[in-house]
Every structure is written in structure tokens, then in C-alpha cells.
Ligand binder design. Structure first.
Ligand code: SDX
Length: 436
């Protein structure tokens, strides 16, 4: 970041001395006002619950222009990466800052492939869960549990440890997600197959059985790889900020990523894809497209607490570029599966059309986000609804790790420790219980 030819002056109406605050510029996007010395200079904190106007870090990984609906990974538009690259090359880009050449790509793919197995003991963790446990509950436990197996890569301050931990987590997440699915359906775990692609291997671990050869569908393989790319990273979202704050204590990378998995599970965040599919199924049961108007009235009635899941975004005040690409993938997969007339896809498109023309949504700049169509395409691939967020976690693992490593690699980083505006009781003395 560089000092802007501008500065901010904070003045107070009560005559307190004004304070000059430096302004910094990045390469693109909003400038920042550096308030790091504000408390020392004024004895006051800034107040920004939900971080609506707060840059918690500088980063060179992902850039979002919410007004234009633009998303760049290391400067490359998501539209180009999703249509010309593959997920593991995008992982290389996010982790190392550059797309690989053909040799680097082959080496990186081989490195990840050679780490896809998990320790045989991991399967005994799963046995402790009920068979009907939510896969995200299982995954939160399994990812945290990885730190019990890899003591040779838990020192977050050792670059070599960070490197191998990154590869292990990217490689093992598909295996762990597939194991949490197989455990739920009572089928045997499928070991990774090194001659398959990252997405193809995941499909086989999910839907293959030891009883017969599993044939990977190239259309589903490409669709899943694109879904992974679209979910790979997204600036300082809630789960990434969780990983950074958790990692800032120096804890091991597996524990920090497990914290990200837990945060992503929430329906306001990564859990929205599961909630969106359930919402579409509920509207379908109510009567489908004919009932959309009635449902939208509920959404606009604040007292109903009903939200249009898969819509709205803290940053995008325009169409989420990932939603557009996800809708295209929907079309491809539904056509491949002979589901062009899938009622839920038709319902989603009707819902989107009505929402985009409705003043309530237009005024609030509410557009479809990445979660609106992702559930429909995952359902068409055969992925159960309660595993949608697990797929999101699988894909976002590389983003979490890249952001964590960027933070730890910054010599200026400190443990994150926000302050507060205290509104509780002033000091008082404990009274004996018979006088309370
Ligand atoms: C992800 O941050 C990221 O980058 C996240 C993510 C990533 O890749 O990491 O993009 C992934 O989490 C996408 C978002 C998935 N969540 C959902 O689809 C859940 C539904 N959306 C909302 O819960 C909401 O839009 C949020 C949480 C996504 C954003 O909330 P904000 O920024 O806090 O906005 P807000 O709640 O203040 O909403 C502004 C207004 C409010 O109305 P008013 O009080 O101004 O009258 O819009 C309304 C809200 O009530 N509103 C909605 C709505 N979203 C916002 N009304 C109906 N349906 C919705 N979905």
C-alpha cells in the first residue's frame, strides 16, 4: 500500500485537538484511513459492528468491486478462470500468486494427488457421530482432528510447515467430505484414485462403490470443477476473517481452518445454499411458481423474519458474477441429466425475475448471490442438500489457507484483538446473598 496524496483530519466539536490520519491507497479499490494510532491520540475507539466500513487487513489475493459485480483472483476475472482454467491451477494461483505453466501445473496436481489419503485412524472419529449427524458437524470435527495427525506441519511460523499443511488440506478435504457422506448413507468409504482428476476423484469417492467400476461423467466433472473455482476465495468474508483471527493467535493451520468451516456453516453465509434449496422446495410444496407472489409478500413483511435465501450480499450491490456462471453451469448439467424442465430451476428463475423487478429488492440492491443456483446444480449432480455447505467448505479451503498464509507472512501482523463500547453496569460491590 502507498501513502495517498490526501489525509483525513478528525476534528471534535467539544474543542478537543483535531487529529490528522494518513490515507493509504491500494492498487485498485477504495483508499483506507489509517486509524491504528487513533486510540493513543484520542482515547477513543472507532465503532463499526459488522465491519461495514472497516478494512481489517491489506491483501493481494482477491478483489471485489461490489457496485460493478466484479471478482478477480490475483487480478484474473472469475469469468476467465471459470471457463479456461481448472480448480487446482486456481489453487496454485491463489497460494503462489501466479497461474502455473504446464510443468508447474503437472507437478502441483501430482503433489496434491499424492496427499489425498487420510490416516486410517480418521475413520474411527466418524464412528463417534450418529449416522444422521449433519455433515458440517462431522467436517468441523474432522478438520480440527487433522492437527492430531500432522505434528510435522503445525508450526504456522515455519514456511515449510505452512506449505505442506496447505497441500494436505486441499488434498484431503474431498476425502473427508466424501467420508462424511458415506458414513451418513452407510456405505463403505472409497479410497482416492490417483489416476482421476481432483473433481473426478471426488465424484468417485462420493458415488462409487467397491461393487463396480465408477465411470466419471465429463460434464459433471467439469461442472464440479467450476463450482470449486467459483467458491475458492472471496476477500475478507465472515469465514475468512474467522480463519485470520483464529490463526493470529499462532494456532496450527488445521485448527484455524476448522474455525472457518464452523463459521461457513451459518445460513447467512455458506449455509445459504442448503437454506435456499430448502426454501425452493417449500415454495414448490406450497404450489410452485403460482405461490411465488405470496412468498415474496412474506419476505417483504419484516415481522415474518423470512429472507429470500441466495439473495443479497454485503459487498455485491449488483449481480454476483458467480451467480451468473452458476446459472450457466445449471443449464449445462440439467441438459446433461435430461432435467431441462427441472421444476426447481424454473421456480428459481421465476423467483429471480420477480425479485429483480420488485421495488423492495431494487431499492435494497438485492441480487442473486453465489448460493442461489449452486444448490440446484449440486442437487442435479446428486449431492444431498445437507452436503452443499460441505462442498463450499471443500472449495473455500484454498482461499482460507492463502489468506492465513498471507497474514502470517506479513511481518507487521499482530494477534487480532478488537475493543468495544461498554454499556454494562458501572463498578458496584457484591452484597451478601440475604441482602440481594
Ligand atoms: C455468502 O461475504 C461474502 O463474501 C460471503 C460469500 C463468500 O463467497 O464468502 O459471498 C458467501 O455468504 C453469500 C451470502 C449468502 N447468504 C444468503 O444468501 C442469506 C440471505 N442474505 C441475507 O441474509 C443478507 O443479504 C446477507 C447476510 C448476505 C448480507 O446482509 P447485510 O449486508 O448485513 O445486509 P442487511 O441484512 O443489512 O440487508 C440490507 C437490507 C435489509 O433491509 P432494511 O433493514 O434495509 O429494510 O436488505 C434486506 C435486509 O432486511 N435483505 C433482505 C435479504 N438480504 C438483505 N431481504 C430479504 N431477503 C434477503 N435475502
Amino acid at each position: 500500500m502507498k501513502l495517498a496524496d490526501n489525509k483525513a483530519t478528525l476534528s471534535f466539536s467539544n474543542g478537543s485537538p483535531s487529529v490528522d490520519l494518513p490515507v493509504y491507497s491500494g492498487s485498485i479499490g477504495p483508499d483506507v484511513i489509517d486509524i491504528r494510532k487513533l486510540y493513543a491520540q484520542t482515547g477513543m475507539f472507532t465503532y463499526d459492528p459488522g465491519f461495514l466500513s472497516t478494512a481489517a487487513t491489506q491483501s493481494a489475493i482477491t478483489y471485489i468491486d461490489g457496485d460493478k459485480g466484479e471478482l478477480l483472483y490475483r487480478g484474473y476475472p472469475i469469468e476467465q478462470l471459470a471457463t479456461t482454467s481448472n480448480y487446482l491451477d486456481v489453487c496454485h494461483l491463489l497460494l503462489k500468486g501466479e497461474l502455473p505453466n504446464s510443468t508447474e501445473s503437472a507437478d502441483f496436481h501430482k503433489l496434491v494427488t499424492n496427499h489425498t489419503m487420510v490416516n486410517e485412524q480418521m475413520q474411527f472419529f466418524l464412528r463417534g457421530f450418529r449416522r444422521d449427524a449433519h455433515p458440517m458437524a462431522i467436517l468441523t470435527g474432522l478438520v480440527g482432528g487433522l492437527s492430531a495427525f500432522y505434528h510435522d506441519s503445525t508450526d504456522i511460523n515455519n514456511p515449510k510447515h505452512r506449505e505442506i499443511a496447505a497441500i494436505r488440506m486441499i488434498a484431503k478435504m474431498p476425502t473427508l467430505v466424501a467420508m462424511s457422506y458415506k458414513y451418513g448413507v452407510g456405505q463403505p468409504y472409497m479410497y482416492p484414485q490417483n489416476n482421476l482428476s481432483y473433481a473426478g476423484n471426488f465424484l468417485r469417492m462420493m458415488f462409487g462403490t467397491p461393487c463396480e467400476e465408477y465411470k466419471v461423467s465429463p460434464v459433471l466433472e467439469r461442472a464440479l470443477d467450476r463450482i470449486f473455482i467459483l467458491h475458492a476465495d472471496h476477500e475478507q468474508n465472515a469465514s475468512t476473517s474467522t480463519v485470520r483471527l483464529c490463526g493470529s493467535s499462532g494456532t496450527n493451520p488445521f485448527a484455524a481452518i476448522a474455525a472457518g468451516v464452523a463459521c461457513l456453516w451459518g445460513p447467512a453465509h455458506g449455509g445459504a445454499n442448503e437454506a435456499c434449496l430448502n426454501m425452493l422446495e417449500d415454495i414448490q410444496k406450497m404450489g410452485g411458481v403460482a405461490k411465488v407472489g405470496q412468498f415474496m409478500e412474506q419476505v417483504k413483511d419484516k415481522s415474518s423474519n423470512v429472507k429470500l435465501m441466495g439473495f443479497g450480499h454485503r459487498v455485491y450491490k449488483n449481480y454476483d458474477p458467480r451467480a451468473k456462471l452458476m446459472q450457466e453451469t445449471c443449464n449445462e448439467v440439467l441438459a446433461e441429466m435430461g432435467l431441462e424442465n427441472d421444476p426447481l430451476f424454473k421456480l428459481a428463475k421465476a423467483l429471480e425475475k420477480i425479485a429483480l423487478e420488485d421495488d423492495y429488492f431494487v431499492q435494497r440492491k438485492l441480487y442473486p448471490n453465489v448460493d442461489f443456483y449452486s444448490g440446484i446444480v449440486q442437487r442435479a449432480i446428486g449431492i444431498p442438500v445437507n452436503l452443499f455447505t460441505g462442498i463450499f467448505a471443500l472449495a473455500r479451503t484454498v482461499g482460507w489457507i492463502a489468506q492465513l498464509n498471507e497474514m502470517i507472512g506479513d511481518p507487521e501482523y499482530k494477534i487480532g484483538r478488537p475493543r468495544q463500547l461498554y454499556s454494562g453496569s458501572v463498578q458496584r460491590d457484591v452484597q451478601p446473598i440475604d441482602q440481594r
